[in-house]
Ligand binder design. Structure first.
Ligand code: ATP
Length: 288
């Protein structure tokens, strides 16, 4: 059905009520059109994630239970389940930076690992358009290798060619700021402080444009100057068409980096909306 186009002159002749109705209709159309043109990159659909902890039955550590196991010669078959994520759903779009907030143990890191494809879902599904890369403070680099070797290996592992690695190497080292206090890049990573190691991991991961970049607390480990650099880099990565997820307890980093925030508590979605609204409510200890 063709839309009726109303000219400005015709609109001027409408009554106040008619004009308001027209505007409401226009806004609804604009929102629907924006939704249509946005490209979903991550769809989280009623996701449940359950950890199964083997041999964690109650009283396992007590002397009597150990004795009874010795006498019966039975292994403890008990499995304790931790239901870490409980029916979370949302969709993220291309060019969006989404913050994930919530108190300790609310399920943020678990959800991020599941989006990265590192944890199976018990129920529901996660669909991603493009390759998600998880950048956690625990991302694997080799402690016994030098920073330099880790940069090369990390870049190759992300799919860069040796020529691309050569071209990017210096900018990664400069970005990390590892050499600010000496030639640390030539020393094994085990000699780095946890902040330095986290900075190097972030710098390696941020050297590449990611379809979906998942960052777990990485920003909170660097110093002020590095935090500013990494926030700027995240903004660039978004422009380069990726989607960024950021888990952090630093609400200002979330405010500076993400326009949208998802708040979860005890594995359930509490709120999903514009960052200021969600973080504000979280900070005031209110609930929607
Ligand atoms: N490997 C694991 N095995 C069993 N339970 C786990 C495991 N990892 C996390 N959990 C549990 O899952 C729940 C969610 O943990 P998760 O680490 O996702 O929370 P979080 O919101 O990232 O917390 P934090 O802010 O403290 O980093 C917690 O109850 C935690 O004890």
């Amino acid at each position: 059905m063709a839309d009726t186009v109303i000219t400005t002159e015709q609109e001027a002749e409408l009554t106040g009520e008619e004009r308001a109705a027209l505007r409401r209709e226009r806004d609804a159309k604009a929102v629907a059109a924006a939704k249509e043109t946005r490209t979903p990159t991550v769809v989280v659909d009623d996701v449940h994630i359950v950890y199964k902890v083997h041999g964690a039955s109650a009283g396992k550590g007590s002397a009597t239970s150990a004795l009874s196991r010795l006498i019966s010669r039975k292994r403890s078959p008990a499995i304790t389940e931790v239901h870490a994520v409980r029916g979370v759903s949302f969709t993220a779009y291309k060019g969006e930076a989404v913050g994930l907030i919530g108190s300790n143990g609310s399920g943020k890191s678990t959800l991020l690992s599941a989006i990265a494809g590192l944890l199976p879902t018990e129920k529901g599904g996660i669909y991603t358009n493009g390759q998600p890369s998880l950048l956690g403070v625990n991302a694997a680099l080799m402690d016994d290798l030098t920073g330099e070797r880790n940069v090369v290996l990390g870049c190759l592992a992300m799919g860069m060619s040796p020529e691309q690695v050569k071209a990017r190497y210096q900018s990664i080292v400069d970005f990390s700021g590892i050499n600010e206090k000496g030639e640390f890049i030539n020393l094994p990573m085990r000699t780095y402080s946890s902040g330095m190691a986290a900075r190097l991991r972030f710098s390696i991961a941020a050297a590449k444009t990611h379809d979906v970049l998942l960052i777990d607390e990485a920003l909170s480990t660097g110093d002020q100057a590095f935090q500013r650099r990494s926030e700027a880099r995240i903004r660039e990565l978004r422009k380069e068409a990726g989607t960024v997820f950021l888990v952090s307890h630093n609400n200002n980093a979330i405010r500076d980096t993400c326009e949208r925030t998802v708040w979860i508590e005890t594995g359930k979605l509490i709120m999903d909306g514009p960052t200021e609204e969600v973080v504000g409510m979280y900070e005031r200890g209110e609930r929607p």
